[in-house]
Design a protein around this ligand. Structure first.
Ligand SMILES: [Zn+2]
Length: 383
């Protein structure tokens, strides 16, 4: 069994964000990251100043910022308020499973930035059902999170008539080089549906939707009005306000480690109080207990790598880690079954570990995994 890996970072050819490789065996994610060295960032920031000038308002918010309370949320808001002098509306989808430190960071934003902040928290009972459904239908208990994060801000942009949304990084561009920095890519409903939501939409999780999917045994009694927070606005509603979403990483040089230093120093932002079971980075994903735990373990089950690989790729590209050090992180973390986190999630949704393992095995990618004498095996970067 053989898998191709990028010669510069630690990504395998079969990755969650589609990668291409050039003649030197370097992946598209690395190549796009290298573009940032030659960009005239001063000129880009001036361009951003001109762009937001068209959206300044006398009577309304100037801009809407989708925030989770994480380091990127603080940085986006810092740039909007302190560097661009905008009045933002902060919007959060709250999926019910914040770490305590993540919750503190989230709730402090309206104080430290003197902003209005709308937090949408769906019913806990509906979210538990959505955890079970996301896991069984799609192999991702946090499907509801991806949906809420990429739906609620657009709903509120329409409702409050704030046309400009400011996102942080474009995830698939950052990891896999899905777009070039020359594209100035913006948010689209197509990327939301096809990539963030993996082709599923809210109606697939209602009883009628599961009937249509041919999975009636999974019905959780959800009706359309239980999932109002998940329903993307119509094209007409969006066009009437002229909603568009830009990515800050196209206009300022993105350096996660540097941004963490800034938001800790200036705003008292807190990183994780305890280490994670599946990655070494302490400053990512504090908005969901399971994001770096069971959710990420499922990614490993599906395609053979996890967040330690993602984090190592980011740090190698940023020049903060060598490829060999990255490989050590992958070796240490990617395979770990997160005990504490798994127990918490199983209790949350009322499932046993054997049931969990059985569903997991159904999602293993046959290009990555094979069974040998009852054990699942895959190729590794250090082989
Ligand atoms: Zn690479």
């Amino acid at each position: 069994m053989h898998t191709k890996y990028c010669t510069r970072c630690v990504y395998p050819a079969i990755a969650a964000s589609a990668l291409t490789f050039d003649e030197e065996g370097v992946c598209s994610g690395c190549r796009v990251a290298m573009q940032t060295v030659d960009i005239d960032w001063d000129a880009r920031f001036k361009f951003l100043q001109g762009l937001v000038a068209e959206y300044r308002s006398e009577s309304n918010y100037d801009i809407l910022i989708p925030v989770s309370g994480g380091k990127d949320s603080y940085y986006q808001t810092h740039v909007a308020v302190r560097e661009l002098g905008l009045k933002p509306l902060l919007v959060t989808y709250h999926g019910n499973n914040y770490f305590p430190e993540g919750e503190v960071n989230l709730r402090r934003m309206r104080e430290v930035f003197d902003c209005d902040h709308l937090i949408v928290s769906p019913s806990e009972d509906v979210l538990v059902r959505m955890n079970r459904l996301g896991f069984k239908v799609q192999g991702d208990m946090n499907w509801h999170n991806h949906c809420g994060i990429f739906t609620v801000p657009i709903q509120l942009a329409v409702r409050y008539k704030v046309p400009l949304m400011l996102w942080g990084e474009h995830g698939f561009m950052d990891l896999g080089g899905m777009y070039s920095y020359k594209d100035f890519v913006e948010f689209t409903a197509k990327t939301r549906l096809e990539h963030s939501l993996r082709g599923f939409d809210w109606f697939d999780f209602t009883d009628a939707g599961l009937e249509k999917l041919g999975r009636p045994e999974l019905k959780e009694g959800l009706q359309p009005r239980d999932l109002l927070w998940a329903q993307y606005p119509s094209d007409d509603e969006i066009d009437e306000v002229g909603v568009r979403g830009i990515y800050l990483s196209n206009f300022v040089r993105w350096d996660a480690n540097e941004h963490v230093r800034l938001v800790m120093e200036q705003y008292g932002w807190e990183s994780a109080r305890q280490p994670f079971e599946r990655t070494y980075r302490l400053f990512s994903n504090l908005d969901d207990i399971h994001e770096n735990g069971v959710h990420d373990y499922l990614k490993y089950i599906k395609i053979g790598y996890g967040r330690a690989t993602d984090h190592a790729c980011k740090d190698i590209r940023a020049g903060r880690m060598t490829r060999d050090e990255g490989i050590e992180m992958v070796r240490k973390y990617d395979h770990v079954k997160p005990r504490t986190d798994l127990e918490r999630w199983l209790a949350y949704v009322g499932m046993t570990e054997p049931e969990f393992d059985e569903v997991c095995d159904g999602f293993r990618d046959p290009r990555v995994w094979r069974k040998e004498q009852g054990e699942w095996k895959k190729a590794n970067i250090w082989d």
